[in-house]
Design a protein around this ligand. Structure first.
Ligand code: SF4
Length: 482
């Protein structure tokens, strides 16, 4: 992977940049260096070690038991720091043998260089981030776009080959830097055309226009009515749950009808969808329920004197319970603010209690192309088929991945399940991500694998500087024989 050029200068061919690196210097990606005329990987090879719940000896004293607690094979070589072989005209950097449950296994370890890759971001918030298809920018450069709102979250699609390599050089560099930071769980401020500025960090709450989100909504306004209608019954005459999508009105809603509640005669603005469900009661914004309203009474269109009555008790609440107000109609049927009765307050608090913490989720998505697969086997399509048949397990830094159906090995991984700083980059620009393929050894042979390049786990561990880390809680152990 290196060639001595002259005067101790080495050329790195781990990516198409083909850096010529002087003694004591590093290449353009900071991943390789020239150490006394030899090309070396700057970062240590990351291995994860299996953590186990403490074992409790239960057979102490039994004659057939030695008293020692068994420790199964528990070291896994990840692709982090493993080096690349791009394009893969040679076998992957590590092809490691191990045993699991007495079965011979092989793990093919590499770092992949991905210009065809993206990041999907799920932001738990009711706040309006921007219209669908709006540009998402960093430093003024478009790095992606808003896709859809799903339940209590807004989705963004970032990166992809168009932004990485299809636009200007600055666009590609900014896109790559933002994706790298997001994948390594660092905060990035994204600015959305016609919308908000949002600071995104994997596993942390989003900060929208400087305001940190705390709660993911319990459901839309209609769902909230359905969930809590029986708990309000007898304590209220009307409840309006304000939401930027579906605002719910209890006495008109099926939930109110089920409880035999009489119509309260309070009409809200917006487009009536089905009984008790209204779209577009206000514009999206940072106010009540993700709308732009600060005073909930603004969404009342009219109060029907034939149906409403003096003394009518009205609760208005948002889908997270963050906003709530209690009104009683006076003689002129005008809503007057009043102190909320404790039983009603309790249900408002229950809405808040049922909201989950608002978090940002960052999913890295890429396809292990034919070239990368050629580093695993001489017959790359067989690796695809093997993955689809669940005979080969794909992991990303030891973390489980979701492999998409259809052609190729297109996968998604939650970066929060991966080891710290698992991603790198090269200036083409492209992201560098670890990838491991684990299978039974006899299956690897049948795939056309590079069986002559298989090394023992001990050999792989001895040949490198190691960064040993405990496996992440909740992740399945990446090596298993079935
Ligand atoms: S950018 Fe990094 S990987 Fe690419 S040639 Fe230079 S040192 Fe090697």
């Amino acid at each position: 992977m290196s060639e001595l050029v002259s005067d101790g200068v080495v050329r790195c061919d781990a990516c198409p940049v083909l850096c010529r690196i002087r003694p004591g210097k590093v290449g353009a990606c900071d991943r390789y260096a020239n150490e006394n005329g030899h090309l070396v990987r700057v970062d240590s090879l990351v291995v994860i070690e299996r953590t186990q719940a403490p074992l409790v000896p239960f057979a102490q004293g039994a004659e057939s038991w030695s008293g020692e607690l068994g420790r199964p094979e528990g070291t896994f070589v990840t692709g982090i720091g493993a080096t690349t072989t791009y394009p893969d005209y040679k076998p992957a950097p590590f092809i490691v043998a191990s045993q699991h449950d007495g079965v011979d296994m092989v793990t093919v370890v590499t770092e992949g260089i991905f210009s065809y890759c993206g990041v999907k971001v799920k932001i738990d918030t009711d706040r309006f981030l921007g219209p669908e298809q709006a540009a998402v920018r960093v430093e003024g450069e478009q790095i992606g776009h808003v896709t859809t709102a799903e339940y209590g979250s807004q989705m963004l699609s970032l990166g992809g080959v168009r932004h990485l390599t299809g636009g200007s050089k600055k666009e590609g560099v900014v896109t790559c830097d933002a994706m790298l930071a997001l994948c390594n769980r660092k905060p990035v401020e994204l600015v959305i055309d016609g919308g908000a500025s949002v600071v995104v960090q994997a596993g942390q709450p989003p900060v929208v226009n400087g305001q940190r989100e705390e709660r993911m909504r319990v459901g839309c306004g209609s769902a909230t009515i359905g969930m809590f209608a029986p708990q309000w019954h007898g304590h209220v005459d009307e409840v309006i749950v304000v939401d930027d999508h579906i605002t719910g009105v209890l006495s008109e809603h099926q939930g109110g009808k089920f409880l035999d509640m009489p119509p309260a005669g309070i009409r809200v603005r917006g487009r009536r969808s089905t009984p008790g469900r209204y779209f577009q009661v206000a514009e999206p914004g940072l106010g009540w329920g993700g709308t732009d309203i600060a005073d909930p009474l603004e969404i009342l269109e009219k109060i029907d004197p034939k149906a409403a009555w003096p003394g009518l008790r009205l609760l208005m609440v948002s889908t997270t319970g963050e906003h709530s107000a209690w009104f009683v109609l006076d003689e002129a049927l005008s809503p007057q603010p009043a102190e909320m009765p404790p039983p009603v307050r309790k249900v408002v608090e229950r809405i808040a209690e049922n909201c989950e913490p608002a978090l940002c989720t960052v999913m890295f998505m890429a396809g292990a192309g034919g070239s990368l697969r050629a580093g695993v086997t001489e017959n790359p399509v067989r690796l695809t088929l093997s993955v689809k048949d669940a005979l080969t397990r794909v992991t990303c830094g030891g973390a489980p991945v979701f492999v998409w159906p259809g052609g190729g090995i297109t996968y998604m991984v939650d970066v929060a399940r991966m080891p710290d700083n698992a991603f790198g980059h090269v200036p083409t620009p492209a992201l560098v991500a670890p990838l491991e393929f684990t299978m039974r050894r006899d299956h690897y042979e049948a795939l056309g694998g590079y069986t002559g390049r298989v090394v023992s786990l001990d050999e792989a561990l001895a040949a490198n500087r190691l960064d040993r880390r405990p496996s992440r809680a909740g992740n399945p152990w990446p090596v298993s024989s079935n």
